[in-house]
Design a protein around this ligand. Structure first.
Ligand SMILES: Cc1cc2nc3c(=O)[nH]c(=O)nc-3n(C[C@H](O)[C@H](O)[C@H](O)COP(=O)(O)OP(=O)(O)OC[C@H]3O[C@@H](n4cnc5c(N)ncnc54)[C@H](O)[C@@H]3O)c2cc1C
Length: 262
């Protein structure tokens, strides 16, 4: 089947052609996403075999590429877009690969070394999530200080109350400590040094500092902290994921302890 024929078939069934990347951002209205990807040569592709229920978007760029290379293609994955507590500007979807035949030229490493490839990617990604956490925490401090300077209660800005100052001080100290670890991990990576332990430490501290800072920020904003008119409630929702993805805090403690004990 040529690309044009496959495209026509897909469009007849109500599919849209997506841009030539696998970016699911911007598909907020989509309930499900179907991906067409290259499989091994000779695998028949039959649109009739596919269940289309709930699918609103389909990516055809891999189909085109595969057709150009002479590969047949078939549907490999259907994913549900998740509804999340936070980071809602970034769409999250689970991809399920069933009976997926990967041609040799698409292998990322030798066969059987997939876990190593995945873990290596995670190690680098952790520094990125640590930096994300640091950024959210910094925003919490910035907004909390700004609000504490301007919100007047009992005749004075709330920033003059020691209880509010304590929160701001704790946020600032945590952020600077986290920043040091994040930059250190990034430096180790840039220098080609082993950064597994340093990355885990940076991610663990930065994400926990971030959640605490977001919690403090909501508290400094008082009732407004709980409302969407101000950014603090979003910070709190966005902060939590940094303790979960790219390895949970529990797993990072495990990684750090193992690197010391073993
Ligand atoms: C918004 C979002 C985006 C994501 N993006 C991606 C992505 O792009 N790619 C990807 O691969 N994954 C992604 N994930 C998945 C994410 O990495 C996992 O959810 C996370 O690693 C935790 O795994 P889990 O959900 O299976 O929890 P589980 O492993 O079931 O853990 C549940 C709880 O048990 C604890 N626990 C588990 N094992 C141990 C242990 N050995 N010792 C101590 N405690 C333990 C955990 O810390 C956690 O508290 C994403 C998740 C979310 C929510």
């Amino acid at each position: 089947m040529t690309y044009e024929e496959a495209l026509t078939q897909a469009q007849e069934r109500g599919f849209a052609e997506t841009p030539p990347t696998l970016d699911v951002s911007g598909l907020d209205s989509a309930h499900k996403l179907a991906i067409l990807a290259k499989t091994a040569f000779g695998v028949d592709f039959d649109f009739e075999e596919i269940s289309y229920e709930g699918i609103e978007h389909v990516s055809l760029q891999d189909l085109q590429y595969a057709a150009e290379l002479g590969y047949a293609v078939k549907l490999l994955a259907i994913a549900k877009l998740e509804k999340k507590l936070g980071i809602r500007c970034s769409s999250t979807a689970e991809f399920v690969f069933e009976d997926c035949v990967v041609p040799k030229d698409a292998l990322l490493d030798e066969r059987g070394r997939g876990m190593k490839v995945a873990l290596t990617t995670l190690n680098g990604g952790r520094i990125g999530i640590a930096a994300q956490a640091l950024g959210i925490a910094q925003a919490c401090l910035y907004e909390a200080v700004k609000y504490a300077r301007t919100r007047v209660q009992f005749g004075q800005p709330i920033g003059t109350f020691q209880a509010i100052q304590n929160k701001i001080a704790d946020m600032a100290v945590g952020i600077e400590a986290a920043r040091t670890l994040v930059y250190r991990a990034a430096l180790y990576k840039d220098l080609g040094k082993d950064y597994v332990q340093a990355g885990a430490m940076a991610k663990l501290l930065a994400s926990e500092v971030c959640s605490k800072a977001a919690n403090h920020a909501v508290q400094v904003f008082g009732g407004y902290g709980y409302c969407q008119d101000y950014p603090a409630e979003r910070f709190l929702r966005d902060a939590k994921i940094t303790e979960i993805y790219e390895g949970t805090s529990e797993i990072h403690r495990l990684v750090i302890a193992r690197s010391l004990v073993n």
